[in-house]
Design a protein around this ligand. Structure first.
Ligand code: PLP
Length: 381
């Protein structure tokens, strides 16, 4: 009997998916606060552009790096929103931010290498590293530090096998946005150790009145590789379009790697992404305003109830302190909460060991469900 590759067989499943399965297996309705899935649909003009592309038979292979018009338009977006000067040749379109990450790590990491990943952090970071037979090394984002990385702790984790650090701001799951000085310090840290800095900026379009600072702004050595996505800003999760921004020689190799990985991204989805950038931004702005209102309503309710939490400045997540409720086993508590009170949220340990005692709530859920779900938490078990 042939054996599965060890790294595939031993990879832990995402805890969010475990909870999703448990939620789906229940007969009754569940208030789902566990998934980062916008409660909105993609803007109408985006869907219309995709529909027209399909109707016109625009369904053939396109270049590995993406359709030229989209790559060109992305350079304008990168300038306007991220303050970055880029040529179209530095942009590679990917199948969502998830594949931009996989592509980036495939470019930079080999078997036995180590990659620094945030704890708590999006579970896919560690999984994507493990998939490449490399080792994720978690760097702490501590409550007492305001969830900012501590450089001394980071320094202590570096070995001669460290190849990259993954930085994610705005953060999933914390909803924090790193201040510019921290972003610059992380780039200088990468400089000191001559490692790659992989920047996941999937939520760059979702900040609530604070500035998102892209690490590539401080890059003088061509070591910052930036992954972006259309999924969250434009509620386009199922269309699967993201992109990588990299120095030209890296982007060239990235385009080459797209061939064995995916060949190219779905052509009508790329046309839809182009429409998202060039068309009216009012739908995206309305979604952002709605997330902000939900943030405010949820924070007001939690504050009134005395529930400790992290004030979300970006992404659409709210990190709760549930140590008093979960008795040291947040995963068991989350499952119990689901079964007894019909509320699904993401247990903190899904995001790393430092997530014990924490839970992530998605603000992407509609306001009534969000507030009702939070109210059901408050009663001690
Ligand atoms: N990066 C982070 C931090 C995320 O939370 C997600 C999705 O939840 C992604 C990347 C990837 O999203 P997608 O592949 O839909 O672009």
């Amino acid at each position: 009997m042939p054996q599965l590759a060890t790294n595939a067989a031993t990879m832990p499943r995402s805890g969010i998916r475990r909870l999703m399965d448990a939620a789906w297996s229940l007969p009754g309705p569940v208030i789902g606060l566990h998934v980062g899935e916008p409660s909105f649909g993609a803007p109408a003009h985006v869907l219309e552009a995709a529909r027209r592309a399909y109707a016109a038979g625009d369904t053939h292979y396109v270049p590995n790096a993406g359709i030229p018009a989209l790559r060109a338009e992305l350079t304008r977006k990168l300038k306007a929103r991220n303050g970055l000067d880029a040529e179209p040749s530095q942009v590679v379109v990917s199948a969502g931010g998830a594949q931009a990450l996989h592509l980036t790590l495939s470019l930079t990491v080999a078997e036995g290498d180590e990659v620094l990943v945030p704890d708590p952090g999006w579970p896919n970071f560690a999984m994507a590293v493990q998939l490449l037979q490399a080792t994720p090394v978690r760097y702490p984002l501590r409550t007492e530090n305001g969830f900012r990385p501590d450089l001394a702790e980071l320094e202590a984790l570096v070995t001669d096998r460290t190849r990259a650090i993954i930085v994610n701001s705005p953060s999933n799951p914390l909803g924090t946005v790193l201040p510019g000085e921290d972003v610059e310090a992380l780039v200088r840290f990468a400089d000191r150790h001559d490692i790659w800095l992989v920047s996941d900026e999937c939520y760059d379009g979702l900040t609530f009145g604070v500035e998102h600072v892209s690490p590539a702004r401080f890059d003088t050595a061509g070591r910052v590789l930036s992954c972006f996505s259309f999924s969250k800003t434009y509620a386009m999760t199922g269309l699967r379009v993201g992109y990588l921004l990299a120095p030209e020689h890296v982007a060239e190799t990235a385009a080459k790697l797209q061939e064995p990985m995916i060949a190219c991204v779905n052509a009508p989805a790329q046309v839809a992404a182009l429409a998202a950038l060039t068309g009216p931004q009012d739908a995206a702005e309305a979604m952002l305003a709605a997330y902000r209102e939900r943030r405010d309503a949820a924070v007001a309710q939690l504050t009134a109830a005395g529930r400790a939490h992290v004030y979300p400045e970006g992404a659409f997540y709210l990190w709760l302190d549930v140590r008093d409720l979960c008795a040291g086993d947040v995963e068991a508590w989350a499952l119990d909460l689901l079964r007894t009170r019909g509320v699904a949220l993401a247990p903190g340990t899904t995001f790393g060991p430092l997530g014990e005692g924490g839970a992530r709530v998605s603000l992407a859920t509609d306001t009534d469900g969000l507030l009702e779900g939070l109210a059901r938490l408050q009663v001690p078990a």
